[in-house]
Unconditional design. Structure first.
Length: 502
């Protein structure tokens, strides 16, 4: 199990254009020793779409990251959290290119999911050459986009063969395939690929591997097609056996409402899991000036012994769908309205406001670019139970990037919170009080022995707008006393005040 000290999160090119820039930034005296891990997003690898999440292969993209860069992070005492995309790989991967080039003769013929073979005998063949599954088997299945999730692939003999394709797809005018093709977990070649990939990531220094899109990997006729039970858990256990050989902790990534209890199921199975509730809970608390929701959640995490990775912002956006069942719908709507009113953008699944699942904004902008609110939010973040993950742009108090949003076009909503900064710009921002303040809070969180997976947490909300969180471990104490009404807070180390915002 990785330790519970802070982790920074960035793309390899987020600071200075390549991972070397991030390494230089983290080696600065102001940051040295604060972070024990770095979550580097998957454009670290050879990829072609979705800023890294369409992986061609897991070799390093040396224009962004080299082995020497990874060694520098290791020398600085920083381990890695890296992505492994279980459900799919790029249509430009060597496996899919082999399939397109050689068809039935390809050694990767069963590496991907032949739609017609999967549904054989369970539907009717259409004139277009794909099986339309029986309604009783498919009506309850969840798909990420309208229509059936298939890509018709032309084989060398001229046949069009449909393959399962949950996410992006495109066929270029010159006949090239682009997209993210689902892999077939019934194929032993896929499991060999999984084993080789985890060995590669361990070789890079990965302590934690985030399993992206794992909930889509298991596919069964008539099942929901998302977190199939028990098949998904069987897949996770088999992946964990492979990861255990390398001492890697797994972090399955999933967005699901609080009401489903999925986060508890993942934690009960012994995995790290994300706290996708805290970002929205904090905004709700600041908007309502009430600490009760945060206090209840902190106590629940403590009492249920959930092992969480916590955050404010991230590369994806501020989750809101996850809050259903934890926060009244009216207040979830108010969180959305508050962030959109401050320039955020909303992405939904199928065009209905009822399906909004995230708001895209920097967390600083989501808080109205209030330095007091940002420092209070960070202080609460660091005192909530779990391992804090810090998005680089939050640390640097980045604001919404509307120029990047405009350049990215209709589907570029996430670029509002992914601004690449030069190394000089990042270093200059270290002089800003809101950045220095966050670094002071982070250093205390990293160095205080009061925190940790085995530490004891006391939670109090003595007044409607006041939150008190106190950690103790082996005689050490860390206490946060926060006022949500004024954004004032103090931090104590048992001997006296170590940070105060009046």
């Amino acid at each position: 199990m990785t330790d519970a000290r802070p982790m920074i999160n960035a793309y390899p090119d987020s600071v200075g254009g390549a991972l070397a820039g991030l390494a230089t930034f983290l080696e600065r005296p102001e940051l040295a020793g604060i972070f024990t891990d770095a979550y580097v997003l998957p454009s670290l690898y050879h990829s072609d779409l979705d800023r890294g999440f369409s992986v061609i292969d897991y070799d390093l993209e040396e224009s962004l990251a080299t082995r020497a860069d990874l060694d520098r992070l290791d020398a600085a005492g920083i381990g890695l959290k890296l992505d492994f995309i279980l459900n799919h790989c790029s249509a430009q991967s060597p496996q899919f290119r082999s399939l397109v080039a050689d068809g039935d003769a390809s050694p990767y013929r069963d590496f991907f999911i032949d739609w017609n073979e999967f549904w054989d005998g369970l539907g009717e063949m259409t004139p277009e050459g794909y099986i339309q599954p029986r309604a009783d088997l498919i009506d309850g299945m969840f798909f990420r986009k309208p229509g059936l999730p298939i890509l018709q692939v032309r084989f060398p003999d001229g046949r069009m063969v449909p393959f399962w394709n949950t996410f992006y797809q495109e066929v270029t005018p010159d006949g090239r395939y682009l997209g993210q093709m689902d892999v077939n977990i019934r194929s032993e070649k896929v499991w060999e690929f999984y084993a080789d990939t985890l060995a590669t990531l361990a070789g890079y220094g990965a302590r934690v591997v985030r399993l992206d899109a794992f909930a889509y990997a298991s596919k069964e006729p008539g099942r929901p097609n998302f977190l199939n039970d028990p098949e998904t858990w069987d897949v996770l256990e088999r992946v964990r056996e492979l990861a255990d050989h390398h001492g890697i902790a797994l972090l399955p990534e999933i967005h699901a409402t609080y009401a489903t209890g999925t986060h508890e199921r993942i934690a009960e199975a012994g995995y790290l899991t994300y706290d996708f509730f805290l970002p929205g809970l904090l905004i709700d608390a600041l908007e309502t000036r009430s600490a009760s929701g945060l206090a209840r959640w902190a106590a629940e995490v403590r009492d249920k012994k959930l092992r969480l990775v916590t955050m404010l912002g991230c590369h994806d956006g501020i989750p809101v769908l996850d809050l259903e069942g934890l926060v009244p719908d009216k207040r979830i709507g108010a969180v959305i309205d508050a962030v959109v009113g401050r320039g955020g953008h909303v992405k939904n699944l199928h065009g209905s406001k009822a399906t909004y699942y995230q708001v895209n904004a920097t967390y600083f902008s989501a808080l109205g670019e209030s330095e007091r609110a940002m420092l209070l939010a960070r202080a609460i973040h660091l005192f909530m139970p779990g391992k804090p993950q810090v998005w680089y742009l939050d640390l640097l108090a980045g604001t919404n990037d509307y120029e990047a949003l405009a350049r990215a076009g209709a589907n570029g909503h996430k670029e509002i919170n992914r601004t690449n900064v030069s190394l000089d710009d990042a270093l200059a921002r270290l002089d800003r009080p809101v950045v220095r303040g966050q670094l002071d809070l982070l250093r205390f969180r990293s160095e205080s022995p009061a925190f940790g997976w085995d530490a004891t947490l006391d939670v109090q909300a003595p007044e409607p707008g006041r939150l008190v969180l106190e950690w103790t471990h082996d005689g050490a104490t860390a206490r946060l006393d926060a006022d949500l009404r004024t954004c004032a807070f103090t931090m104590h180390d048992g001997e006296g005040v170590v940070f105060a915002q009046e």
